[in-house]
Design a protein around this ligand. Structure first.
Ligand SMILES: [Zn+2]
Length: 365
């Protein structure tokens, strides 16, 4: 079968050749590190859409034991399920004789799938709208997932919306228990990250076990967080990162600076339409979107996430990659040839060729 496919390919390449050469001759886009390009995919508008339209964050809403708890959970599941390349589960656990569910979306690694990175936040609240605590963190998980699922990740990333954090980290502890013996490399989490009590920044909590992740998050916020400050806040047991750290897994939680200064936490006024903010500025959405950019940049740098089709990893889909595609065509998706195997069938074939042309001639990503 392969010769005829190859023949077909040659015809197609020659038909497109003049267009491709022209594109190459006028392309003066400088190569940049992948993280700098990928971080730009984080969208403030899309973040606000998640936070305000899908997570029930207005006065009267209740994601604790109220009607909006399951509605929000199902919206998270549906939105993640609508994204490409993610396998999404409602992951059950038992608490107080009832079954609850974490929403877990998995982007399977292409090279070392056994290495697992976790991006997490709890979506439950204390019988209130929980706009800051913790729809702000949940929307980060959703936005980081939406961005990264479109790229090639050598390692596996699990995007987790945990349930029942407020009753003692129940969902995250269940998740960790389910993964005993597996290689969770690190977990980065966010909890209350949208109310600016000043200064504009994040407390980064984690124990000495997590010093590498802490410095990684701090560096990523410095590089990609657009002015968000960081403060080393020491060890803490009161958020989902602790479910990981207590089992020996490096993990951190980012929380808005001086979260105790937010008097509306765990009250009915922790709402987008908090009546004490008639101008609608209870939340500063640039804080969580900048943190989302930092999480994206951290994972791209740590894992070595790249653009599909970018075989030479110069953050540009160009003629150099086309030359690699020609070399790889018809062969297994090993080493740099794996950059073209967007349909995950472990062979570089006509489908991958077509998607390469889309990437080369269409939108950058
Ligand atoms: Zn919280």
């Amino acid at each position: 079968m392969r010769p005829s496919l190859l023949c077909n390919r040659v015809v197609r390449i020659s038909a497109c050749g003049s267009v491709l050469v022209l594109a190459a001759s006028v392309s003066v886009v400088a190569a940049s590190p992948p993280a700098e390009a990928i971080v730009q995919d984080v969208s403030l508008d899309n973040y606000i859409h998640y936070h305000q339209d899908l997570l029930y964050t207005y006065m009267g809403d209740n994601r604790g034991f109220g009607a909006e708890h399951n509605l929000a959970r199902d919206n998270i599941f549906d939105e993640l399920s609508a994204q490409p390349n993610l396998v999404v589960e409602l992951d059950p656990f038992n608490y107080n004789s009832n079954t609850y569910h974490n929403v877990v979306a998995t982007l399977t690694g292409t090279d070392v799938p056994e290495d697992i990175y976790v991006v997490g936040a709890h979506f439950d609240s204390v019988n209130n709208p929980g706009a800051d605590d913790n729809a702000t963190g949940t929307a980060i998980v959703m936005e980081v997932a939406r961005v990264l699922c479109r790229y090639r990740s050598p390692a596996t990333i699990k995007f987790c919306a945990f349930d029942r954090e407020e009753q003692g980290l129940r969902g995250s502890r269940a998740f960790v228990a389910d993964h005993v013996g597996q290689n969770i490399v690190m977990a980065v989490t966010a909890d209350m990250v949208g109310h600016d009590s000043g200064p504009y920044g994040m407390d980064i909590f984690g124990s000495s076990l997590s010093s590498g992740v802490i410095s990684g998050v701090v560096d990523a916020i410095d590089a990609y967080g657009d002015g968000l400050a960081t403060f080393l806040a020491g060890s803490a047991t009161f958020s989902d990162h602790w479910a990981f750290e207590s089992q020996g897994i490096p993990a951190v939680v980012a929380i808005e600076r001086c979260f105790q200064c937010n008097p509306y936490d765990h009250t009915q006024n922790d709402a987008v339409d908090n009546p004490n903010f008639p101008d609608g500025d209870y939340l500063d959405y640039t804080m969580p979107t900048n943190l989302a950019r930092a999480f994206v940049g951290l994972l791209v740098d740590e894992i070595g996430i790249t653009l599909w089709h970018d075989a030479n990893n110069d953050a540009d889909i160009d003629m150099a990659d086309f030359a690699e595609l020609q070399r790889c065509y018809g062969f297994p998706a090993t080493d740099e040839c794996g950059a073209f195997d967007l349909n995950h069938d472990n062979t570089i074939d006509i489908d991958d060729y077509d998607s390469f042309l889309d990437a080369l001639t269409g939108p950058t990503r």
